[in-house]
Design a protein around this ligand. Structure first.
Ligand SMILES: NC(=O)c1ccc[n+]([C@@H]2O[C@H](COP(=O)([O-])OP(=O)(O)OC[C@H]3O[C@@H](n4cnc5c(N)ncnc54)[C@H](O)[C@@H]3O)[C@@H](O)[C@H]2O)c1
Length: 321
């Protein structure tokens, strides 16, 4: 049975997910906040700003009014975590009770430190499906093979969302560990920054990957303490995404770490900087509150937030390895 699917956020990820799943859907409505992107997609079948060289699948129609999503069965939320709450307030008034929300946002709410599925539950009363994995948008856009993890406490929702996502090119694993899956996507930002700092400082590979091993095991400990499963970290949402974000220069957080490792401090207002900074502050708060000793979080916090010398911070970490 082909479903009607909505995607909110016509940026890199929203457009790429739309392109991947469009053949599986009856109708795919891609909500673009900006009218000019909406017009580009409908008139030229191209998202000129984010993926200018790829023709969009014929099933994709862009819309500029959230009310157009009132009849869809599933909605993928591909927006920054900072706007999730306000978007859910609006959507709750529009969609049917049966509509399933899928959060792809890898972030935590500023000030409340809540996961996206918690924000969605608070505003709509529904349990969301969360999606996380090593999913580089430009590769998905070209229909290159990828894999991802989806998690939900509801078996039926997982089945439906899996059927919408799965293609010969996109492999989907499912689990019921929403906390672990969401936290993998959050903590991996810290690992990506940490490995970036090491790279920027010119730390040798043996030492860099020793730190990486420690960081990976710390991720399991944090997730377990927060109520998730250690084994979730071994899935695409964990291992796959952590490796991708910590070793490839396409990762914004990795690049941020490289700059800091080289002693380049960015303008405080830079959006890229803010994302990594926010994650470091939130995770430091969480670890301190729960009495979790995490060397990787401390290392990143010391360099990015306290602006300590990367060399001193690295040797403090190394001593405790
Ligand atoms: N799950 C995954 O594997 C995965 C992979 C990449 C990105 N993501 C997530 O997808 C989200 C988007 O990332 P991206 O790389 O596409 O970023 P992006 O900056 O390319 O796109 C974000 C889009 O959201 C739009 N937007 C901002 N505020 C909005 C609002 N209030 N309503 C509607 N649209 C709004 C922007 O105009 C932009 O088009 C992020 O939360 C990111 O963590 C997830």
């Amino acid at each position: 049975m082909s479903l009607n699917v909505g995607v909110i956020g016509a940026g890199a990820m929203g457009t790429a997910i739309s392109q991947c799943i469009a053949p599986n859907t009856n109708k795919l409505l891609l909500y673009a906040r900006r009218k000019e992107i909406c017009d580009d997609i409908n008139e030229g079948h191209i998202n000129c700003e984010y993926h200018p060289s790829v023709k969009l699948h014929e099933n994709i129609r862009a819309v500029n009014d959230l009310c157009d999503l009132k009849d869809v069965d599933v909605i993928f939320l591909c927006i920054p975590s900072s706007v999730m709450r306000q978007t859910m307030v609006q959507l709750n008034e529009i969609v049917s009770d049966k509509c399933i929300f899928v959060s792809t946002a890898k972030g935590i709410e500023n000030k409340t430190n809540k996961r996206m599925s918690e924000v969605i539950k608070e505003e709509t009363g529904r349990s969301a499906v969360v999606l996380s994995g090593p999913n580089i948008a430009s590769e998905m856009m070209k229909n290159l093979p990828s894999a991802t993890t989806i998690a939900s406490i509801k078996k039926k929702d997982l089945e439906i969302v899996k059927s919408v996502l799965s293609t010969s090119k996109l492999k989907v694993n499912t689990n019921h560990d929403v906390i672990g899956t969401e936290f993998c996507g959050i903590i991996k930002n810290i690992l990506a920054i940490s490995q970036g700092i090491c790279k920027g400082m010119g730390i040798n590979d043996n030492a860099k990957f020793a730190v990486f091993t420690k960081s990976y095991n710390e991720t399991k400990c944090i997730i377990e303490k927060l109520g998730g499963n250690r084994s979730t970290v071994d899935d695409y949402c964990g291992f796959g995404d952590i490796i991708t974000a910590s070793t490839l220069n396409v990762s914004r957080n990795h690049t941020l770490g490289i700059w800091y490792g080289q002693g380049v401090y960015l303008d405080e207002q830079t959006g890229v900087l803010f994302e990594g900074k926010n994650t470091a502050i939130v995770l430091k708060e969480i670890c301190d509150k729960l009495n979790i000793e995490c060397l990787t979080v401390n290392f990143v916090y010391d360099v990015i937030i306290l602006k300590k010398s990367p060399k001193k911070a690295f040797y403090a970490l190394w001593e405790k390895l």
